[in-house]
Design a protein around this ligand. Structure first.
Ligand SMILES: O=C(O)[C@@H](CO)OP(=O)(O)O
Length: 345
C-alpha cells in the first residue's frame, strides 16, 4: 500500500491541531483505577484538578448487558490484532458529544429545560448533517438524555454512519421491559449499538422560565438578570437548576457510568443538551466557573474528544467525515478509518 490513511493524517496533524485549539485549557488530570475485588468493584481515585477534583469515588461497576455486547469492529476485532496487541488493555477511545438539533421551542425562542419537545425540520437536517461528519468515527455505545430531542438527534445521526450498525434503545425500566426487548441472534446483536437513556443527562430544569419567551423575559426582568439565569454557574432561575446543580447529576453520571466504558476501550457518543453538555465539557476541559460562562454550544454540532491514558484530549468538531486531522491523533482511529474504506469499497 502506498500511503496509509494514518500517514496522510499524520501529515496534517499539526495544522488541524492549530485549527481546533479554542482557547480552552486542554491539560488533563489523571485517573487511577485499582481493582479491589473480583466482583467488579473498582476504586477510582480521580485526581483531577478543578471543580470536580480530588473526589475519591468508590462504586460498583455494573456489568450491564449493554456493556457486554460483543461487537465486531475493524479496530478491535481479534482478526486484526497481533499477539502482542491482545495482551494490552485498550488505553484510548473516542468520545463524541452532540447537542440536539434545533427543537420546536428553540425555533420559537422559548425556555425549554426539561419539557420534552421534538426537533424541527431544520433540527432533523442538522442531526443528519452531524451524522455525516462523524460517519467514519467508531461508536460502540450511545448515551442520550431521556428527552426526545436528544434521542431523535442520536438516531438520525446514526442513519449516516458507515458501519450501518443499528442503534437499539435499551429498555431496562423493569424486568418485563428487559425480557421483552431481548435479541436472540448473536449475529444480529453484533450489528447493534446499545443506546442507554439517562434522565441525568437531561437539560437543566429551567424552573418557572419553562415555556416563557426568552426575549419577553429579558424585556420584563432585564437583559442582565436573564443572562445571569442563563449562563452563570451557580445562580438558578426561579425554582430551577443552576448549572452547578445540573453538573451534580450530569457529571456524576458521566463519571460513574460513561468513564468506565471509555476506560475499557468503548467508543461512546453522548447526545444531550446545551447545559448538561456544558457541565460535562467544564469537567473534561477543566474550565473554571468563570470560563464556563462564555461556553456556548450550537445545535447539532458534534465535538470529538480522545480519551487516552486517563486524560481527555479535545479534538474539536470534525468538519467532514474524511477530515484527516480527526484521525491523526490516534493510530486506532486511523486504522479503523482505513479498514472501513477497505471493507466498504
Ligand atoms: O431553553 C433551554 O432549555 C436552553 C437551551 O435551549 O436555553 P439556554 O440557551 O437559555 O440555556
Amino acid at each position: 500500500m502506498a500511503t496509509t490513511v494514518f500517514q496522510q493524517a499524520l501529515g496534517t496533524l499539526e495544522s488541524h491541531s492549530c485549527l481546533s485549539s479554542s482557547g480552552f485549557r486542554h491539560e488533563c488530570g489523571s485517573a487511577s483505577v485499582k481493582l479491589i475485588s473480583k466482583d467488579f468493584k473498582v476504586d477510582i481515585a480521580l485526581m483531577r484538578r478543578g471543580n470536580y477534583c480530588s473526589k475519591k469515588r468508590s462504586f460498583s461497576l455494573i456489568q450491564a448487558s449493554t456493556s457486554q455486547t460483543t461487537v465486531f469492529d475493524p479496530v478491535s476485532s481479534p482478526l486484526h490484532k497481533t499477539a502482542n496487541d491482545s495482551k494490552k488493555k485498550p488505553s484510548e477511545a473516542a468520545l463524541i458529544l452532540i447537542r440536539h438539533g434545533e427543537s420546536m421551542w428553540n425555533e420559537k425562542n422559548l425556555f425549554t429545560g426539561c419539557v420534552d419537545v421534538p426537533l424541527t425540520k431544520k433540527g432533523v437536517e442538522e442531526a443528519i448533517e452531524a451524522g455525516k461528519r462523524i460517519s467514519n468515527i467508531p461508536i460502540d455505545l450511545i448515551y442520550t438524555s431521556a428527552l426526545i430531542r436528544a434521542q431523535m438527534t442520536a438516531m438520525l445521526a446514526m442513519t449516516q454512519h458507515r458501519r450501518k450498525k443499528v442503534p437499539i434503545i435499551q429498555h431496562e425500566e423493569n424486568e418485563q421491559a428487559r425480557a421483552w426487548s431481548q435479541i436472540f441472534s448473536e449475529e444480529t446483536n453484533k450489528q447493534c449499538i446499545p443506546v442507554i437513556t439517562a434522565w441525568q443527562l437531561n437539560e437543566r430544569m429551567y424552573g418557572e422560565l419553562q415555556g416563557l419567551n426568552k426575549q419577553e423575559t429579558a424585556d420584563k426582568y432585564g437583559k442582565e438578570k436573564v443572562q445571569e439565569w442563563r449562563r452563570s454557574y451557580d445562580i438558578p432561575p426561579p425554582n430551577g437548576e443552576s448549572l452547578e446543580m445540573c453538573a451534580e447529576r450530569a457529571v456524576a453520571y458521566f463519571q460513574e457510568h460513561i468513564e468506565p466504558q471509555l476506560q475499557s476501550g468503548k467508543n461512546v457518543m453522548i447526545a444531550a443538551h446545551g447545559n448538561s453538555l456544558r457541565s460535562i465539557i467544564m469537567y473534561l476541559d477543566k474550565l473554571t466557573s468563570q470560563e464556563v460562562i462564555s461556553l456556548e454550544l450550537s445545535t447539532g454540532i458534534p465535538m470529538l474528544y480522545i480519551f487516552k491514558e486517563g486524560s481527555f484530549i479535545r479534538r474539536g468538531s470534525p468538519v467532514a467525515p474524511t477530515e484527516a486531522g480527526v484521525y491523526a491523533y490516534t493510530k486506532r482511529l486511523a486504522q479503523y478509518r482505513q479498514r472501513l474504506d477497505e471493507m466498504l469499497q
